[in-house]
Design a protein around this ligand. Sequence first.
Ligand code: AMP
Length: 419
Amino acid sequence: MNQNTFESLGLRRNLCRVLDDMGYLEPTPIQTQAIPALLQAKDLLGVAQTGTGKTAAFALPLLQLLDENNVSPHPRQPRALILAPTRELALQIHGEFSAFGRDLKLRHAVIFGGVGQSPQVRRLLKGVDILVATPGRLLDLAAQEHVDLSLVSALVLDEADRLLDMGFVRDVKRIIAQTPANRQSLLFSATMPKEVADLSRDILKNPVRVDVSPKQVTVQDIEQRVVNVDNSDKQQVLEKLLHDTAVSRAIVFTRTKHGADRVTRKLIKAGIGAEAIHGNKSQNARQRALDNFKTGDAWVLVATDIAARGIDINAVSHVINHELPHEPETYVHRIGRTGRAGSAGVAWSLVDTSEQGRLRAIEKLIKFSPRELEVQLPYREREHHASATRGTRPNDCARNNQASNGSRRPRRRRRRRAA
Ligand code: AMP
């Protein structure tokens, strides 16, 4: 038998058929390593970030195990719990469970804050097999006795480093304390700072360790360049970089939510289709921004780190760091958003003099010094773009274009640089 198939990992035909329909031809490395161990109900420590196929790596075996032990879920008592740091990631995970579980009779639900709790409460009352949740809302509902975790047989902490980063450590521990001690536990994290290692030691029993960390990907596959620039020139440089015709879809990272809004406003003013995504936006606004970016109406997404994590967007040609992050690992996460699924991406970092220390720390982590990219200023194209406001962009053409060729890739709508 060909060893590199989902079937050879122990997944049953009904799941393999769905994967076939979804176009998953063969397992990714994390799936190859994790699925057989999880089917044996082992605990797992996965060092992996979004983009590696980690969601399927845990969702498929959990679905199979729950399906094999098919008991109807009791009202308010989920059988499996997946904790995720952000609403976007929770929704995404839930979407994958629904897709993979298409032919199974298992019930799933997703709960997160920022929206009314009544529909979530009703859903829990009907009984769910698999619950995907962000910690705050879950604890809220548990305190009100709308959910009871005493029958959870499998627990997944996804993006554990981000869960802890966002200050959820106590919430996570309180939630874990409400689950049975004999559960199967899985912890996924893109990085392994001490707090995550400590947590994993507390909650995992003899875990299988699977490491598909992206550090080599960072160095080998992504073209990284540094633009040395005065802070006051960053916006101009950013606009000039975005007008490079090679940029088809870009994520611009800013350190703060206000920074994201400011940069986005200026980009739109310069005729560049941009959306901002950060934690101050309502759930609906974040989803709208993401949809707009995914379907190509906006080809630049300006994001803060937390909001960007867990977002699954393919075909991002460029990641641009408007500022370098304080934590070197965050740089690795950021640039990992480009060059996904085997395609090479490009990452540019705008670095002013105050950020040189951060650059050194990143270079130490990635064991590599990105070359400098020189950008000539002043940038005088603005006059050409004065009329190209967001409202006058040919969105309808872009949509027609997508409809006719089936592609979600945004239509190229930048002007070439003035000679
Ligand atoms: P994840 O790391 O779970 O966020 O997955 C990243 C993306 O890869 C998602 O869009 C998945 O649908 C896709 N994916 C996961 N596993 C496979 C596979 N074996 N073959 C093709 N695509 C996959």
